[in-house]
Design a protein around this ligand. Structure first.
Ligand SMILES: NC(=O)CCC(=O)C(=O)O
Length: 306
């Protein structure tokens, strides 16, 4: 918890990340987040080397935390998951670990298709500045969609869901992790924010149907109703792919404003995450303390059930 965030000064973070700001009490109130909207193609080695280069570039711009897209090592699609799947640790997570250690940043490694015990998962790994793996999060809500004439897709044909929630702590803030479709489930964001997360990250690959309609709206809703920062990282759009990603990686503030946003093409976007701003908003509109937990259980329903 940030308790005495009054005086803010620029400094070099203890773990070597430049550009963080600390308060008089020594807690960090501001840090730079980079979101890498990677152009993912069919050659895995190229995806890995480009991701590595862009993590380096983001670190060079003073980022303390770098976020990669869903399925960053593989084209997104049921026909690709088993071909590109790896065990963890494996080639892709090794690269993430090395990039985090070399550049002294937190790397939220988007996701990769993971193989474990004969099953496939859509898994996000997070690495700290020492290169150690902090967590592995398996997508808990699998993306199944059928909008006639537009898109029909079923992750659940090939993937298995994860069964646990994942949060991690940095010197800057506490972060909750979800993967793409997980963002549609408001309960997940609510649990993370109630457990103290100030930033929610969703590596994601929305599509050309739901992207324009829902992508930004969902992020702003999750940010606003939980008073947290929300960041999404999409693959860059590839019109020739079987699943065309919407792109538009975004960072939203706890006020619900879009503070950084990519277009459809490969890019790195940056956001200076100001936790004092988050505290101010929570004081100005104190929903976090005005909740009526005593009323949120249905005790009397018309059909007599409770
Ligand atoms: N990869 C995904 O989970 C896609 C989710 C999506 O597009 C949606 O509309 O939800």
């Amino acid at each position: 918890m940030l308790v005495c965030c009054y005086t803010v000064s620029r400094c070099v973070a203890a773990d070597g990340a430049d550009g963080a700001a600390v308060t008089a009490c020594g807690c960090f109130s501001e840090f730079r987040l980079a979101v890498v909207q990677l152009q993912v193609r069919s050659v895995k080695a190229d995806n890995l080397s480009r991701a590595r280069r862009l993590v380096k570039e983001a670190a060079g711009q003073g980022s303390a935390v770098v976020l990669l897209p869903e399925c960053f090592n593989s084209p997104y699609g049921s026909s690709f998951f088993s071909k590109y799947a790896e065990e963890i640790p494996g080639e892709s997570t090794q690269m993430l670990s090395e990039a985090a250690r070399e550049h002294k940043v937190y790397v939220v490694g988007g996701s990769i298709p993971e193989e474990d015990g004969g099953k496939l998962y859509n898994s996000c790994t997070v690495f700290g500045p020492d290169g150690g793996m902090i967590l592995k999060h398996r997508k808990i809500h699998l993306f199944d969609i059928n909008v006639p004439g537009k898109i029909c897709f079923q992750e659940s044909e090939t993937l298995s869901p994860g069964n646990s929630l994942s949060m991690f702590e940095t010197p800057y803030c506490k972060v909750g992790v979800g993967i793409c479709y997980d963002m549609r489930f408001a309960e997940l964001a609510q649990i993370y924010s109630r457990k103290g997360c100030q930033l929610l990250v969703y590596p994601g690959a929305f599509n050309m149907t739901t992207g324009p309609a829902h992508w930004e709206l969902l992020q702003r809703a999750r940010a606003l109703d939980n008073q947290v920062f929300v960041a999404t990282a999409s693959p860059a759009r590839d019109e020739s792919a079987s699943y065309v990603a919407w792109g538009h990686s975004t960072v939203v503030s706890p006020w619900g404003e879009v503070i950084s946003k990519a277009g459809p093409e490969e890019a790195i976007i940056y956001a200076d995450i100001d936790l004092q701003y988050l505290s101010d908003i929570r004081q100005q509109i104190p929903i976090t303390v005005q909740r009526r937990e005593d009323l949120y259980t249905v005790t009397c329903a018309q059909d007599g059930s409770s």
